[in-house]
Design a protein around this ligand. Structure first.
Ligand code: C2O
Ligand code: CU
Ligand code: CU
Length: 534
């Protein structure tokens, strides 16, 4: 029985309260716990794992520059995972415990010890810890402008399962620039975490045990066996299946986040007569953009965020549908949408009376951005995205043709600027994410894939195109389209150390599409020249 859509109101995650504020430090504790969650009116309760027992997790509200410390605690079952664990995947092999967690604050400029390295995992009560574990309390200096970050699990080899189980939440950084903007605030600013899930009739979360959609073992494959991608048949927003939101005829600000494992969204706001409601983008992954842009559609790969303003004032009494037609798997020009019911996300109903005059505006100018240019870069790297097979013959995607545990090959020097070109030889788009840094998208350009595979040379075959309209600001995740070189530019800092970069399709990340990189401290010689050391 398909679930009836738009019968539940959109839930709003609650704001997390600190345990104490003392000596210039705001201190939080967050426990991961199993909990029963109501995902839809007609669905029995679902066992999920949530931060503070909530799905989505509670929202952090912090100031830029505020010194925040968080003790992340694992109060999850010791032995049994909620979902089928493939123990042939890196990090998930025995004797590693099945239930391991580590928290990554996605988009944060933090020291390596607090980054949530995939092998810095810990179990219930910190009884067991991974080889990179170094501290129970994480340090977040929030040395970055206002934006919407998100925190989620990052344990090596089971990130897809831990996030799917519910371990994700918003982390909002505020600053003075934001305060001074006369944009919708308070209850008119609403976070939207979009995720796809599938449910069993008893309400439990369904996640495949293998390519045979979970029915049984497939010859020659381990059981459970990782799947190349996961697409659910149900769209949840803030943990609710196809919710509706009642709004006033005025402006609202939405912080939109795609927290799905593999699914991309390409979305529009549609009136019942087919007209499109204008959406004004004011920010990217990394913060505000310089001036608002009017969007026809919003494309969000896994982990991408958009900060938008929608003015509902012309639509009193109307119902607006948030649509989706992103192909699965995602590639520009693709048409298949697995599970047609996922072509709808949620509804906005302009049914609330106006509670007061809407004096907010869509500002003409928002902020200024320091643009990085090719001349700033000390180095350009071409990094290939390639398709391989693993020891069981399963599709496995790699970065630079290396696995997670191979020696580190990318070692930018602290505070220098580099250009990274993602040379995508695969047939799909991969959302590539770097920890630590924010970057700018330089351009995309088609290249000769066959020639590259033969000789390793990049021969361009078409025009270079600049960043998409939604990408003209700071990003931490970029869509690398098939057959194109996607170039980004970043200053590597503010910290030295080892950080991951990876595809944010969680099934890819868990299956080797993740690499460590290391930011090296510069060694100042007497000549004061900076040299790279290995
Ligand atoms: Cu959103 Cu490495 O993660
Ligand atoms: Cu991240
Ligand atoms: Cu990928």
């Amino acid at each position: 029985m398909p679930l009836e859509k738009f019968v539940d109101p959109l839930p709003l995650p609650r704001v997390l309260q600190p345990k104490r504020r003392k000596g210039g430090v705001t201190y939080y504790e967050v426990a991961m716990r199993p909990t029963l969650h109501k995902a839809h009116r007609d669905l029995p309760l679902t066992l999920v794992w949530g931060y503070e027992g909530l799905y989505p997790g509670p929202t952090f509200e912090v100031r830029s520059g505020e010194h925040v410390r968080v003790k992340w605690k694992n109060e999850l079952p010791v032995y049994r995972h909620l979902l089928p664990v493939d123990t042939t995947i890196h990090g998930a092999e025995p004797p590693n415990p099945a239930v391991r967690t580590v928290v990554h604050l996605h988009g944060a400029n933090v020291a390596p010890d607090s980054d949530g390295h995939p092998e810095a995992w810990f179990t219930n009560g910190f009884r067991q810890t991974g080889p990179f574990f170094s501290t129970r309390v994480y340090d977040y200096p929030n040395i970055q402008p206002a934006t919407a970050l998100w925190y989620h699990d990052h344990a090596l080899g089971i990130t897809r399962l831990n996030v799917y189980a519910g371990l994700a939440g918003f982390y909002l950084i505020r600053d003075n620039i934001e305060d001074e903007l006369n944009i919708p605030k308070g209850r008119f600013e609403i976070p939207l975490l979009i995720q796809d899930r599938s449910f069993n009739p008893d309400g439990s979360l369904a996640y495949p045990s293998g390519p045979d959609s979970g029915a049984g073992a497939v010859d020659g494959l381990p059981f459970p066996s990782i799947v190349p991608e996961f697409f659910g048949d149900t769209i949840l927003v803030n943990g609710k299946a196809w919710p509706y939101l009642e709004v006033e005829p005025r402006k609202y600000r939405f912080r939109v986040l795609n927290g799905s494992n593999s699914r991309f969204y390409r979305t529009q706001l549609k009136l019942s007569d087919g007209r499109t409601v204008p959406v004004y983008q004011i920010g990217t992954d990394g913060g505000f953009i310089e001036q608002p842009v009017l969007l026809n559609e919003m494309i969000l790969g896994p982990a991408e965020r958009l900060d938008i303003i929608v003015d509902f004032s012309p639509y009193k009494g109307q119902t607006i549908l948030m649509t989706n037609d992103a192909p699965t798997p995602f590639m520009p020009g693709g048409t298949e949408v697995m599970f047609p019911e996922t072509r709808e996300i949620m509804q906005f109903r302009v049914t609330l009376p106006l509670s007061g005059k809407d004096t907010t505006v869509i500002p003409d100018r928002i902020t200024s951005i320091e643009w990085l240019t090719e001349e700033d870069a000390v180095r350009t790297r071409n990094l290939a995205l390639v398709e391989r097979t693993d020891q069981f013959g399963r599709l496995m995607l790699l970065l630079t043709d290396r696995r997670w545990s191979d020696p580190i090959s990318e070692k930018p020097i602290l505070d220098t600027v580099e250009i990274w070109g993602f040379v995508n030889t695969t047939p799909d788009t991969h959302p590539i994410h770097l920890h630590l840094v924010r970057f700018q998208v330089l351009d995309r350009q088609p290249f000769d894939v066959a020639e590259f595979e033969r000789t390793g040379r990049v021969i361009y075959t078409g025009e270079r195109s600049g960043p998409e309209v939604t990408e003209r600001g700071w990003k931490d995740t970029v869509r690398a389209n098939p057959g194109e070189v996607t170039r980004i530019i970043a200053r590597f800092g503010d910290f030295a150390g080892v950080y991951p970069w990876h595809c944010h399709i969680l099934e890819h990340e868990d299956h080797e599409m993740m690499r460590p990189y290391e930011v090296l401290k510069p060694h100042i010689k007497s000549s004061r020249r900076i040299v790279e050391v290995d």
